[in-house]
Structures are given as C-alpha cells and as structure tokens.
Ligand binder design. Structure first.
Ligand code: SAM
Ligand code: SF4
Length: 322
C-alpha cells in the first residue's frame, strides 16, 4: 500500500487525460482554453501502465478528469482499461456534463460507476454566465439517464459570492427528490484567479451551521472517504457535501495522488511542481513506474499552504483536474 511518512494511505488516483476544455468557467478558464505549444497527452498504453502501477500498490479507485475528459475521442477505451485493471473497484469521472446525455450509456457499458458533474447554478442564465455555455438543460437530462443506469452521481458546485451566493434554496429544492450528493466546494485560489478569489470566496462553515440548524445531520463517514463533510435530512432524497480546503486539518484525510495528462506525478494539487514519470511509462510492464512512485511519495508534504496565499505551480485547476 502507498503510505506516506504521516501515515496517510493513497487508495485513490486522479488521472487527468487532457487539459483542454470547451467551457470558460469564470473561476478556472475565464478566457477559455489556450493551447500551450505542441504536446501529446498520455496514450492508452501509457495510461494502462499508470493504472497497473497504482493498482499494484493498493489503489482501488481511479477518477478520470481533465480539463474536460469527454473531449478525448478514446475516452471509452480509457474507462475500459481502468475498469479491467486488476484491483480497481471503482471508476469515476469528473465532467462538465456537456457530452453526458449523448455518451453516458457508452461510458456505463465501458465500466464507469461514479460520475461527478459540475453545476454551479440551477438558473440557466446564471449557469451560462459562469460557464460561457447554455447547456444546463441537456446536462440535467443526462443526469436523469445516469441515475436510471444506476450510476452513482455527485454534483460539484463551487461557492461564488457574486454568482450563486443567493441560490441555496434553489439547490436544496433540486435535491429534494434526487438521490445525488450535491457538494459545495469552497473556491480555491490559484495562480490565475487572485482578484476573482478575493471577491468571490465564501466559507462553507456558515453553510454548515445553517444546515445543522435546519435539521440536517452530519453523516459519519469512513476515514477513507475523503475530504467532503456530508449531511442528510429525512425530507430529502439527496445529500449535501461540503468541501472546505481552508478548514483546519483538511489535509489530514488526504487519500489521493494525481497524474497529469502529460505524465507528471503531483503529490498535492498545490505542489510546487509535478515530477515527470513519463519515461517510466514507456516500458512494457509497470514495475519501473511502481518503484518511482514508492520513491517519490517520501516527498509529500503534510499540508498545502493555501492559507498563506501560496498556490504552487497550479495556475488553474484545468491543469490537473481539481
Ligand atoms: N472539466 C471538468 C469539470 O468541470 O467537472 C473536470 C475538471 S474541473 C478542474 C474539476 C472540478 O474542479 C470542477 O468541479 C470545478 O468546478 C472545480 N474547480 C475548478 N477550479 C476551481 C477552483 N479554483 N476552486 C474550486 N474548485 C474549482
Ligand atoms: Fe473547464 Fe472544468 Fe475548468 Fe470549467 S471547471 S473551465 S469545465 S476544466
């Protein structure tokens, strides 16, 4: 099992397969994706070595992310290779959902069992003003289809004071009869969004207190479940999650490692730089990569330094997938 010097175990890999995105979320890529020279993203063979190396060290869950992962034409093959890797029990993906309605049946057949879909507003105009795309209706139909197929669905909504700050009742109404977990994520400061962050960061703590006072109860979760605090209410089919990266001890429950679409290992979303492991992915087996992972894990720090305004090498989260 991959374990660091602080006793944290890493059973969860976030595998970015592209940093290209078609949306222009105002907190992430407000000017849209800008191509950064000639690059080739990890191919299916390299991704297969990555999945095998991590699985051989105890990883049981892979989340495919980006950029927008559904922009890759070979996405279904990537889901299949993850699902067919010995030891991988859960294949998840984070998506902006624009291809969901069209492709979710195919993804499900390939072995996808969990989907995180980003919806920062349930008001179609506000949704378009945050993302630059008028796609809310098709995304919502895609979610219904995913639920019909038995896929576990989580919704990610970034808390943004000037945009969705007054939409709490609308969010709650939507999960009344939807068996999904709606996760509110505190906006994180990245290299590119300092002034937007200043104006829009909202702490999740007052929301937590409001939920508790309205009869929501905190769900006791397994330590391996990750950083979201979850809440349930007898009158709601859906749950609420709160992800508060600025809260004390957030990093103590860290259970994930990240591989970028170019083959760099990121020990933290906000680490100074990625460690290039691509040369180890050219091999026909996964043993060299496995040894490299064990060697580099020793450098993982106890925490990020976001509180001090330090964002490492992360200019925006499309680089790595959040
Ligand atoms: N394009 C896909 C999507 O949006 O779901 C996957 C990649 S995106 C970087 C992954 C998640 O990170 C999304 O839920 C997005 O809302 C979130 N995210 C992006 N930038 C963020 C920031 N600065 N603070 C908090 N969450 C952010
Ligand atoms: Fe694209 Fe996701 Fe970033 Fe929005 S949050 S711009 S959908 S990568």
């Amino acid at each position: 099992m991959l374990e660091d010097k602080f006793g944290r175990r890493f059973h969860y890999l976030r595998m970015s397969i592209t940093d290209v995105c078609n949306f222009r979320c105002n907190y992430c890529l407000p000017d849209g994706y800008k191509a950064d020279g000639e690059r080739s993203f990890l191919n299916v063979d390299e991704l297969s070595i990555v999945a095998k190396a991590f699985a051989s060290l105890g990883t049981s869950k892979i989340r495919i992310t980006g950029g927008e992962p559904s922009l890759r034409k070979d996405l279904t093959d990537i889901i299949t290779l993850c699902a067919n890797t010995d030891g991988i029990k859960q294949v998840a993906m984070t998506t902006n959902g624009f291809r969901l309605e069209r492709d979710v049946d195919r993804w499900h057949q390939a072995g996808l069992n969990t989907l995180n879909i980003s919806i920062d507003s349930f008001d179609p105009h506000m949704f378009a003003s945050i993302t630059g795309h008028n796609k809310l209706e098709t995304i919502l139909r895609g979610i219904d289809r995913a639920l019909e197929l038995g896929i576990k669905v989580k919704i990610n909504a970034v808390l943004l004071r000037q945009y969705n700050g007054s939409e709490m009742s609308r969010f709650l109404k939507w999960i009344k009869a939807k068996p999904v977990t709606l996760r509110f994520i505190e906006l994180m400061q990245t290299g590119d969004n300092a002034s937007f962050f200043e104006k829009n960061h909202v702490s999740g703590e007052p929301i937590k207190q409001d939920l508790l006072s309205q009869g929501w109860g905190q769900v006791i979760r397994d330590k391996a479940a990750g950083p979201a605090q979850e809440f349930q209410h007898p009158d709601y089919d859906g749950r609420i999650g709160l992800i508060m990266p600025y809260s004390k001890d957030f990093c103590a429950s860290c259970n994930r490692l990240r591989i970028s679409a170019l083959g760099k290992l990121h020990l933290c979303l906000f680490a100074e730089m990625g460690i290039d492991l691509r040369p180890h992915m050219a091999s026909t087996d996964h043993y060299a990569l496995r040894e490299a992972l064990i060697a580099h894990l020793g450098d993982k720090e106890a925490t990020h330094y976001l509180h001090e305004g330090y964002t490492g090498a992360t200019t925006h989260l499309a680089m790595l997938g959040g």
